[in-house]
Design a protein around this ligand. Structure first.
Ligand code: PMP
Length: 295
């Protein structure tokens, strides 16, 4: 893309984006061997920063990658990257790769992890998406089985999700819902899935093989605060088709109403009442929650 004039954190230094380059021998590039986070800043605060840092270290732990910074130091990397770019509202990408190695895949040949952080102003989705809602499909590409590569790990290996995205693109819809090997609803390519059935808010449990989204957990908390019953439950395409409401959650997308799945209109075919209420509550929370960037 075009140069944005950003200052990027890379391995202990803040450099202009032109100088923020990693080696062709980096195993993040060669093998998708690494972990990352996508984080949002709202109104001069980094939203749910502790949750994102904790998930990054958990992902790293799961792939036996030791991050050479403490959580406090990593928190400061994120905040300082925002400051250097004068970010108040923005999107932050924090990445830790296995680092430079040889052409073999053995991580023991990679002594130093590569760490970088990018903070940019956010490219907002069109507002119509939130008012009108989104049409989605379920796709033939199944979500990675947890026994092979657990989707709870937010790794750099997104090819499974990209294959599903290509299927959505070919079908002319913006997003794909992926199923587990057994045919249960898992998640979208970069978002978690919620449905409302008989007034109960339901979303798949993490052990099914999904990313435990931070927006997902926030929305579950907000719904409980509203007095809504919330359940982590295993459900199928049938439950999607016959749901009263459906929506997706993610850091970038926030909460997106889903109005059609595989050609079946959901509820009245427009964003549901609870969905809209949660969108409002989420917006309010972003005004007060988060780690201050400027003190
Ligand atoms: N599932 C996948 C596969 C994702 O990539 C994301 C985005 N990180 C999510 C769900 C939503 O997670 P979060 O709310 O933490 O952004």
């Amino acid at each position: 893309g075009e140069a944005l004039g950003l200052i990027v954190y890379l391995d202990g230094r803040f450099v202009p984006e032109e100088e923020a380059v990693v080696s062709v021998f980096d195993h993040g590039l060669l093998y998708g061997d690494g972990v990352f986070e996508g984080i949002r800043a709202y109104h001069g605060r980094v939203f749910k920063l502790k949750e994102h840092i904790d998930r990054l270290y958990d992902s790293a732990k799961a792939i036996a990658l030791t991050i050479p910074l403490s959580r406090e130091e990593m928190t400061e990397v994120v905040l300082e990257t925002c400051r250097r770019n004068e970010i108040k509202d923005g999107y932050i990408r924090l990445v830790v790769t296995r680092g430079k190695g040889d052409l073999g895949l053995d991580p023991r040949k990679c002594p130093n992890p590569t760490i970088f952080c990018i903070a940019a102003s956010i490219q907002l989705y069109p507002p119509e998406l939130y008012q009108k809602g989104m049409k989605v499909i379920t796709v033939p590409t199944r979500r990675n089985v947890p026994e092979a590569l657990n989707p709870r790990i937010k790794s750099l290996n997104y090819l499974n999700n990209i294959l599903a995205k290509i299927e959505a693109n070919l079908a002319g819809v913006p997003e794909a819902i992926m199923l587990t090997q057994e045919g249960y609803v898992a998640e979208a390519t970069g978002d978690n899935v919620f449905i409302v059935r008989n007034g109960v808010l339901m979303t798949p449990p993490p052990h099914l093989g999904i990313l435990e989204g931070i927006t997902r957990n926030t929305v579950m908390d907000l719904a409980r605060d509203m007095g809504v019953e919330v359940r982590e439950a295993v459900f199928t395409r049938y439950d999607l088709f016959t749901a009263e409401e459906c929506f997706l959650t993610g850091t970038a997308a926030e909460i997106v109403p889903v109005i059609e799945v595989d050609g079946r209109p959901i509820g009245e075919g427009c964003p549901g009442e609870l969905t809209l209420e949660l969108i409002r509550a989420f917006r309010e929370l972003t005004k007060v929650e988060g780690e201050p960037i400027y003190r």
